[in-house]
Every structure is written in structure tokens, then in C-alpha cells.
Design a protein around this ligand. Structure first.
Ligand code: 13P
Ligand code: SF4
Length: 331
């Protein structure tokens, strides 16, 4: 996805009362016949007014059940694209076109096509499996799409006589090799948020909280997953905490906004977000927040509903991507 250059000095929006904005959004939803889908990593206030919240898999499935003619997807660009692909007849709006994803950006479609060509020229017999965090152009080049919620099940569907080229997340791919026993060729991509969790801080916080449970997203590197008690995507984390009645301290190694849906469904627990670490100085930072997800604000949700833009436009290659998404997520 090529993104326009953004001015560093762009003025921030003037303050507006969140409760007034929520009322405005509610009225606009009815007026414009719209529903809001929100990923667990967007601001809690947006999750609270959404019609559907979820991880990538749940939201992709929920999108196909929406009855209104317009969907506002509060998340990042590839999620808006996937929604348009699954629901071509609907108008799909996203609050900020610049909300990208470091993982999706790490696998440009031309580079993937060239690498696949190279493998074919070597006579390699393979299927390409892509994490859903990829552009629609990449999705149109692959055999399977996985999310953190169905990856294992989809890998099991790849015929045994095929090699697997897994793109773009090297950490998720490595973890899947471990749990499925399948060898994979890994694309060297990673998520800027999950890549930077500080193992030292995690060990220190765990020591300070005896009996705590470490929950980590499989986009984290191996050193974090190795000392985690629960490894899973955001929906799995949510279900896990809901299933435990006894108040427990959870150390959470994923995007920090995830604490909001966890607290909503299981307020009896204590949640501690694991901090990130700055690669430049080695100091602990607040980089466990995704800057792309943070581009979604109540103001922008209101503006895109009111203006009917930015909109995800249908592109020819969405048709091929749709066949892959359908067989991977819906069948
Ligand atoms: P899930 O919510 O599907 O686990 O994905 C996490 C993520 O990084 C989304 O960008
Ligand atoms: Fe992409 Fe990582 Fe942000 Fe998810 S958290 S949208 S994978 S950059």
C-alpha cells in the first residue's frame, strides 16, 4: 500500500467531549444505515460504541453478518480491505487511510511475486500461506490466509507433499513450525509492537508478582513465548481470562489497549501490560501501543460517517483475494 506523506506539523483536532461525540455517532449510524466494527486494539471508547468487536478472524466473519449498507471499520487498512473483499456490495469506510501496519508493509506484493517465481524456477513444490496482516494485493498471490485464531487448523489443511512459504511474520511462522511440526520458509517480517517487548522487564515484573500468568501473542519473538503460560491471539486471551473465576494477575504481552476488552469481560483480574524496549537506547518505552491503531479516534469515526469517506474502493485483484479468504476463513 503506498501511503501519502504526512506533514510532521499537522495540527491536532480541537478537543470535543467524548459523550457528545458518542451521541453524534449514534445518530449518524441510524441516519446513514451504518454499523461499526472495531478491533480490540483500538481505543476503548470506540470499542464501547461498536456493534461488533473482535480479533481479525471474528471481525472478518462478523462483517459477513452485517445488515446495514455501510460498515465503518475501526482498525487498520488491511482490515478495511478484507472487509470490502468479504462484503463487496457494502460501502466500507475507515476512519484514517494512513492507519497501516508494519507487518503488512514488510511484504510488498512485487517482492513476494519475485520470490515465488524464484522458488518455482528452482522446482520447489509449495503453497504460500499468508497471515491476514497483508495487503489485498498479497492476498491475491497466496493459497491460504491465516489469522492468529485459525492458523493451526489452516496449516493442517496444506497437503503434506507441499512445502510452506509463510509470510510475512517470521515470529508467528516460527511458532507455527513448533506447534504443527511443519517446516516452513519464513519471510523476514515482524510487527513493530510485538517485536519490542522487553524480556528483562517481563522477568522482573513476573518476579514481583508471584503466581501471575504470562499471556503473549504469537507475533512476539521466541524469547517471550518461551516463558509464557498462555500463547494466543487476542480472542483466545479474552476467552482465557473469562474462563477463570479466581482473581488472577495477568502479565499481558500484546498491544496495551487489549487490556480494555479483558477488563470488560473479566474485571475480577489484574492486568499488567508488558512494556517495550527502545532499540536505539535499550531503555523501556511505551512502544507497546500500535501507532497505526491509535490513528482511530472518536472524531475520525464521526467524520467518516458524516462525510462517507475515506472509503475502500473495490479493485480487480480483490476477486482473487476473495476466493482465498472465503476458503480460509469461512469454509
Ligand atoms: P488478532 O487480534 O487477530 O490476534 O491480531 C493481532 C494484530 O496484530 C492485529 O493487527
Ligand atoms: Fe500491524 Fe502490529 Fe499494529 Fe497489529 S499491532 S496493526 S500487526 S503494526
Amino acid at each position: 500500500m503506498s501511503l501519502p506523506v504526512i506533514s510532521q506539523s499537522a495540527p491536532s483536532a480541537p478537543y470535543e467531549d467524548p459523550l457528545d461525540l458518542m451521541d453524534e455517532i449514534d445518530a449518524l449510524k441510524k441516519q446513514k444505515d451504518a454499523s461499526i466494527l472495531a478491533h480490540y486494539y483500538v481505543d476503548g471508547e470506540i470499542q464501547d460504541i461498536a456493534d461488533f468487536t473482535g480479533d481479525s478472524l471474528k471481525l472478518a466473519r462478523d462483517a459477513t453478518k452485517v445488515k446495514t449498507s455501510t460498515i465503518v471499520f475501526a482498525g487498520v487498512h488491511f482490515m478495511g480491505e478484507s472487509t470490502k473483499i468479504m462484503c463487496p456490495e457494502k460501502r466500507v469506510l475507515i476512519p484514517d487511510l494512513h492507519a497501516g501496519c508494519s507487518l503488512a508493509d514488510s511484504c510488498p506484493p512485487e517482492q513476494l511475486a519475485a520470490f515465488q517465481e524464484q522458488l518455482r524456477a528452482q522446482g520447489r513444490n509449495f503453497h504460500t500461506v499468508a497471515y491476514i496482516n497483508t495487503s489485498a494485493a498479497v492476498k491475491s498471490l497466496v493459497d491460504w490466509i491465516v489469522t492468529s485464531g485459525n492458523a493451526r487448523e489452516i496449516i493442517d489443511r496444506v497437503p503434506e507433499d507441499k512445502e510452506i512459504l509463510f509470510v510475512p511474520d517470521q515470529h508467528l511462522g516460527r511458532y507455527l513450525m513448533e506447534v504443527t511440526g511443519r517446516k516452513m520458509i519464513l519471510w523476514p517480517g515482524s510487527c513493530m509492537v510485538h517485536e519490542v517487548f522487553s524480556i528483562q522487564d517481563l522477568i522482573r515484573i513476573r518476579k514481583a508478582n508471584p503466581g501471575s500468568v504470562v499471556m503473549a501473542h504469537p507475533e512476539c519473538p521466541q524469547n517471550i513465548l518461551e516463558i509464557s503460560d498462555v500463547v494466543g491471539g487476542t480472542e483466545k486471551m479474552r476467552k482465557h481470562v473469562m474462563g477463570i473465576a479466581q482473581p488472577t494477575t495477568f502479565l499481558v504481552a500484546t498491544e496495551a489497549t487489549m487490556i480494555h476488552p479483558l477488563q470488560r469481560v473479566a474485571p475480577q483480574h489484574t492486568y499488567i501490560p508488558i512494556p517495550g524496549i527502545m532499540s536505539s537506547s535499550g531503555e523501556t518505552c511505551a512502544c507497546n501501543k500500535c501507532p497505526h491503531m491509535a490513528r482511530n479516534t472518536l472524531q475520525k469515526v464521526r467524520d467518516c460517517l458524516r462525510d462517507g469517506s475515506p472509503e475502500i474502493e473495490w479493485k480487480d485483484y480483490f476477486k482473487t483475494a476473495r476466493e482465498v479468504l472465503d476458503r480460509s476463513l469461512l469454509q
